[in-house]
Design a protein around this ligand. Sequence first.
Ligand code: SF4
Ligand code: SF4
Length: 303
Amino acid sequence: MEEVLVANIQKYAIHDGKGIRTTVFFKGCPLACRWCHNPETQGYGRELIFYEERCTGCGECVEECGNGAVTAADGKVYTDRELCRGCGECVDGCMRNARQLCGRGYSVGELAEELLKDRAFYETSGGGVTLSGGEPLVQDMDYLERLMGTLCGRGISVNVDTCGAVAFERLEWVMPYTDRFLFDLKLMDEDNHREYTGRDNGLILENLKLLSGKGARIWIRIPVIGGVNDEAEELERMAGFLSENVHAEQINLIPYHNTGSGKYVHLGREYKGGMFYAPPKERMQELQRLMESKNIAPVFIGG
Ligand code: SF4
Ligand code: SF4
């Protein structure tokens, strides 16, 4: 594949592995977590982002759209997301910058060049590049291998931030190039996992077990969502699974925040996480102590 779609490249990231890192957020994810704070990375294709508050209702985008996706009424414009093909024709014509396209195509060479610009930061901080998303391992594997091979060939550490819901062969494929996996663990109950993320967790847990068995370096990342998985019982189940099956370097308990909820409106989607809440600091500390008491790995809040 010549190009893959990238939603965003985050520079100076300090929570995606060791040191200062540049994180690539690829487009596309096999899960649809209700609390996702990067919903723009979930879809596989280019997507229109519309900032209604900037729109003057001039109607230029109605003219620009050859797909009939934009209509005007009462001084406002409306985009039919079913008809929108993410072509971006309407974006340049909008003088108010109210329309943007999420998803830029990068060739391996372009992306590697962009990532190599921050090499000095990687070298001085012990950092590197983190591939994230969305889910990096749903991308074209030849593409990923060429990208990761290029970075590794320059001595750059590459981390893979994965939800684990991919064929194990994909994890195995990138192992030789991966300094560390940041592996998400969300819920142990199969039905709850399906309800909140759209898929059950059988493949994810099996992959985590297999990956650890292959000797991969793994950080476990647990998003702690108030009202979903912030009960001691849930953490006990996770601890039981991890202590029996996984050799983790560290565990990060990451408190939920709703900073991404506004993005759903701009994507023309409904945010289904209105009932979730950020666990208070004291609750996070209790859960940290609980997890620490299992002696699996050092446990941190945040990251
Ligand atoms: S071109 Fe921009 S400002 Fe004009 S109606 Fe469309 S979105 Fe609004
Ligand atoms: S991105 Fe393309 S299809 Fe979608 S509204 Fe704009 S011009 Fe129409």
